[in-house]
Design a protein. Structure first.
Lengths: 384, 295
């Protein structure tokens, strides 16, 4: 009798104990994400959200991180800075996430980085602005995966110099993206011995930029650089063709969508831009170290969401994988994740380039993350 | 020098003709109801996006696609008027205008669900190189937009001044009670005015999309500029909207050309403000008549 009670009791105890262990082992690793899923910057947030959802499923199907499933809590910032701040507070205080990826835009990232820093939570932004990770002393907890605007400018200027071009006209959109690009273009020009002879602007929804381009033409510039995202870059390409300007048109890295070629039609022919390799993966030589993973991601994304991931989806891919990689190698702890990303990410081949992080550089990409690409016969062609 | 001036002028006319077309839509509803329909920009977007849908997605012939687009826009306006304006138990214009804002927001949401956030475009009406006049280029599509604007003006002028229906519509705006006393079906006239303005908006959308592309959230910008055009010319004045639109377009372009492109929106608005200060009824408006209408 005694024996039987003892036996059943120990069996119950064992069960409870086992349940506790397995319960502990299955507790998910919570990662927060803040993306502009709706609102003005939703063209960024949508591929970012899709990418993260797709990756999360894949990681969990493959057994999670060291046996623990990943839970990604996605907050929509509605492209609004104060909503992004609220989302960050919620993720840190209520959900107790180990790290945050996003926000999607530079403005929102700048608004959120103080909160992450004060709460000592690693934040991997997917926006491009240099101010997000510089000065690096003040950005101890902050990283980013989008290439610097200045790297894109460097890539263009390096290419232009090779063509013997030293006077350029710039035309930029009056939005955060355009402002950052304009600043980078102006600051980098002297280093390359390039002078900017015309500096024009236009609104994000403007229908015609012929006036600005006419002024650039009259200024004697030997090339035009347009810095914008959205329909503006197509209108500029159309006007550039209509005016028969006779000087090359360079676009920013925002140009990297097949949709732009489709919309601009013949006017896209000859446009040159520094693009993320994700956009031109099928044009890379087979031995390129990034090619296999770029191909896998692009094809999976396209078959599932019926659209291109674009460079933006790639930023989110890299941000999530940085956190996952750090959690796997160093443990899912806020401090460990930060330290691992800063010190152990070296020559880490990903979507937006090959990352090398260090205490001095929390982005880890330079101008080599871009390929100079020209539009030829309605398709991309990599320039040597 | 002349070439550059001409180029600025053509660019201004291109942009201005877009404003003029949108401005005209405001006038139609204003003429029948004294309401400012702030969803006017959304009808232009509907025109551009549905045209793309019928033409590129359904592969319909051009004229059929145009007809279907215009009819669909009219249908949307009919639904809008019957569901949101007619049930209102008030004559308060401010409330009606707020309702049109709400409709605009809902429409933008629906358009985003259907078409996503990317811009759309289709080929210009006629193929060919842009026209060169005095060394300056003008896109063929701009000529189409100008021509369509002109045709719309003439058609609307004839409608409002020469047909019984048009005159009845205007009567509703002056005094709805008196209009119904003489046997004008006021509610139906208001419905027709919404349909008509949506159709004009959709025509505008079809015409400008090959120039400026179209995306779901272009409506507010078009509405603001179109409203400026209508205000400048004097609300309710058909030719006023055209002169207003073209003036604003050319001023913007000249400012961008001769001063700086960063200032172009500011200068256009400054000129609009001064017109409102010194000629509140607009360039072609009649202040005495505005007072008679009671606002």
């Amino acid at each position: 009798m005694h024996m039987r009670i003892l036996l059943s009791m120990s069996a119950v105890l064992m069960l409870v104990f086992l349940a506790a262990i397995s319960g502990h082992a299955q507790e998910p690793i919570k990662i927060g994400a803040i993306f502009s899923v709706t609102g003005g910057a939703s063209f960024l947030g949508e591929p970012e959200k899709n990418t993260v959802l797709m990756l999360k499923e894949q990681i969990n199907k493959a057994g999670g991180i060291n046996g623990r499933p990943v839970e990604v809590i996605i907050e929509d910032s509605k492209s609004d800075e104060s909503a992004a701040v609220l989302a960050a507070k919620k993720l840190i205080e209520r959900d107790k996430v180990v790290a945050i990826i996003g926000p999607s835009t530079t403005g929102e990232s700048m608004a959120v980085l103080k909160i992450a820093t004060n709460a000592q939570v690693p934040l991997v932004s997917v926006a491009a602005g240099a101010g997000i990770t510089q000065p690096v002393e003040d950005r101890y907890w902050i990283f980013k995966t989008a290439q610097y605007d200045t790297s894109a400018v460097e890539a263009i200027y390096t290419y232009a110099k090779k063509q013997g071009i030293t006077t350029i006209g710039i035309i930029t959109v009056t939005s955060g993206f355009g402002d950052a690009g304009r600043k980078a273009l102006q600051e980098m020009a002297p280093k390359f011995g390039i002078s900017i002879v015309a500096d024009e602007r236009y609104g994000p929804k403007d229908a015609d930029m012929t006036t600005q381009l006419t002024k650039i033409k009259a200024s004697g510039a030997k090339a035009v650089i347009n810095w914008s995202i959205g329909p503006g870059q197509v209108v500029v390409a159309k006007n550039w063709t209509a005016l028969k300007m006779g000087i090359p048109l360079y676009q920013s890295h925002g140009w990297g969508s097949k949709k732009n070629i489709e919309l601009a039609g013949k006017a896209a022919e000859g446009v040159i831009a520094p693009l993320s390799r994700l956009v031109v993966w099928d044009k890379l030589p087979d031995k390129h170290p990034q090619k296999a993973s770029l191909k896998k991601y692009s094809q999976e994304y396209e078959s599932r969401f019926k659209g291109e991931p674009g460079a933006f989806g790639g930023y989110a891919f890299d941000a999530l994988m940085l956190v996952v990689e750090a959690s796997r190698k160093a443990g899912a702890d806020r401090k460990n994740i930060r330290d691992y990303i800063e010190n152990n990410i070296k020559k880490w081949s990903a979507m937006s380039g090959v990352f090398t992080m260090s205490p001095k550089d929390h982005c880890g990409l330079d101008k080599d993350a871009f390929e100079m690409v020209v539009v030829k016969n309605g398709d991309w062609q990599i320039l040597k | 020098m002349l070439t550059v001036f001409l180029q600025f002028l053509f660019s201004g006319l291109t942009v201005g003709s877009v404003y003029a077309l949108v401005g005209m839509g405001f006038n139609i509803i204003y003429n029948a109801t004294s309401i400012i329909n702030l969803a006017q920009g959304e009808f232009v977007v509907i025109g551009g996006l549905l045209m793309w849908f019928f033409l590129e997605s359904c592969k319909l012939p051009f004229l059929l696609a145009v007809a279907l687009t215009i009819l669909s826009a009219g249908l949307v306006a009919l639904i809008m008027e019957r569901l949101t304006i007619r049930p209102l138990k008030t004559n308060d214009l401010l409330i009606m205008i707020m309702v049109t804002v709400a409709v605009a927001i809902v429409m933008r949401g629906l358009l985003m669900f259907k078409f996503g956030k990317e811009p759309y475009s289709f080929a210009a009406f006629t193929e060919g190189d842009p026209l060169v006049i005095g060394g300056a280029v003008i896109q063929l599509q701009t000529l189409w937009v100008l021509g369509i604007t002109g045709t719309c003006i003439l058609a609307l002028y004839a409608f409002f001044n020469l047909t019984i229906a048009g005159k009845a519509m205007r009567a509703c705006s002056f005094d709805p009670t008196a209009a119904s006393l003489v046997g004008i079906p006021v509610s139906r006239m208001i419905m027709f005015s919404f349909i008509l303005s949506a159709m004009v908006g959709a025509i505008g959308g079809i015409a400008i999309t090959p120039i400026s592309l179209m995306e779901y959230d272009k409506g507010p910008m078009l509405a603001v500029k179109g409203f400026c055009a209508a205000m400048m010319g004097g609300l309710g004045r058909g030719r006023g909207a055209v002169v207003g639109g073209l003036t604003i377009g050319v001023l913007e372009s000249m400012t961008a050309g001769y001063i700086h492109s960063g200032l172009k929106d500011a200068v256009a608005l400054l000129i609009l403000l001064s017109i409102l200060f010194f000629r509140p009824a607009g360039l072609f408006g009649n202040a005495a008549m505005q007072r008679l209408k009671g606002h």
